[in-house]
Write a protein that binds this ligand. Structure first.
Ligand SMILES: Cc1cc2nc3c(=O)[nH]c(=O)nc-3n(C[C@H](O)[C@H](O)[C@H](O)COP(=O)(O)OP(=O)(O)OC[C@H]3O[C@@H](n4cnc5c(N)ncnc54)[C@H](O)[C@@H]3O)c2cc1C
Ligand code: FES
Length: 280
């Protein structure tokens, strides 16, 4: 079980936006200056919009980073992200140090990275990291109609290792033309996951982030003697650093089977997949 976060080490500071542009009509690509950009895929920062009516943080996973910047990819779903999408390069926002427990991929030799919708960015980062560490990687990315990050994934892990599921079948022919190297099909990530060969020896690691029903379906499908699972949970948050119990998830203890409520911000957001109890 991961350790609690050390609240004293959480710092919030003002930073400058370097880029903020749409990838699709509702998904934005934000780059901000950050003095400590090293991250483990699955970790996140809290963004504060510095307005009295939106004091609560908006947690966003780190998708990428460089010398003094981090990249965050977010969907516009409400007032906070709408306001964020209107900001321009040079504008200032507050962000925290990089938080949470990310995916632990070091001991895996095969990684299957499964992302759905805005759960794709942390999984994209995990796939890139796994490929650069010499692991065998397959990425399965699912979207309703507008995919993101496919070409970047192909450049990092090889187009032959990228599979994409599109729920809206009408969008698929045009997308096949736009992404000729990527295997695209109508359906969900489960459609593709079920087509992959089950490992005959050892275990493959599935790292995943996306809608709860998607991860619940992965949990139900993946035989535990063939797959290890790690899920990143994107619960709503209050304080963002372990003080309010506003972000709890039900987690089952492996030994006793007892279910306890754990803070996603302090104990997660990544949990062993078989321990997550999906209530919906
Ligand atoms: C650890 C973590 C990492 C995250 N990473 C990303 C990311 O990389 N990209 C991204 O787009 N989003 C991510 N999210 C979700 C993101 O934080 C919320 O979408 C955002 O805070 C919404 O703010 P808002 O003010 O625009 O929406 P609000 O006005 O607060 O809410 C608008 C609508 O969005 C729903 N909503 C709000 N928060 C969530 C949530 N956490 N999950 C599901 N629905 C929500 C509300 O129920 C409501 O229907 C992450 C969340 C967590 C906890
Ligand atoms: S958001 Fe407050 S404890 Fe997690």
């Amino acid at each position: 079980m991961p350790d609690e976060i050390n609240q004293a080490s959480v710092r919030r500071f003002e930073t400058r936006i370097l880029a903020n542009h749409p990838l699709t009509p509702t998904i934005y690509d934000l780059r901000v200056e950050h003095p400590h950009p090293d991250f483990t895929p699955g970790q996140f920062v809290n963004i504060y919009l510095n307005r009295g009516d939106w004091l609560l943080p908006r947690p966003i996973s780190v998708a990428d980073s460089g010398g003094d910047w981090i990249r965050l990819i977010y969907a516009v779903v409400g007032k906070g992200t709408e306001r964020l999408s209107a900001l321009q390069p040079g504008d200032k926002i507050d962000v925290t140090t990089i938080l949470g427990h990310g995916f632990s991929i070091d001991s895996a030799s095969t990684v299957i990275a499964v992302g759905g919708g805005v759960g794709v960015p942390p999984v994209y980062a995990a796939a890139k990291k796994a490929a650069s560490a010499g692991k065998k990687v397959v990425a399965i990315m699912g979207f309703r109609s507008d995919p993101i990050l496919l070409n970047e994934l192909a450049a990092s892990i090889g187009a032959e290792n990228v599979r994409c599921a599109i729920e809206d079948g009408k969008a698929v022919p045009a997308l096949r033309t736009a992404f000729p190297e990527i295997q695209l099909e109508t359906g969900t990530v489960l459609t593709i996951l079920k087509q992959l060969p089950v490992p005959k020896e050892g275990k493959a690691l599935i790292v995943s982030c996306g809608p709860g029903p998607m991860m619940k379906a992965i949990q139900a499908f993946a035989p535990p003697d063939r797959f290890d699972l790690q899920f990143s949970l994107e619960e709503r948050m209050g304080c963002g650093f372990g003080c309010c119990a506003g972000c709890v998830a039900d987690i089952r203890d492996r030994a006793s089977g007892a279910i306890s409520r754990m803070g996603v911000c302090s104990k997660g957001p990544v949990f062993a997949g078989e321990t997550v109890v999906f209530n919906a």
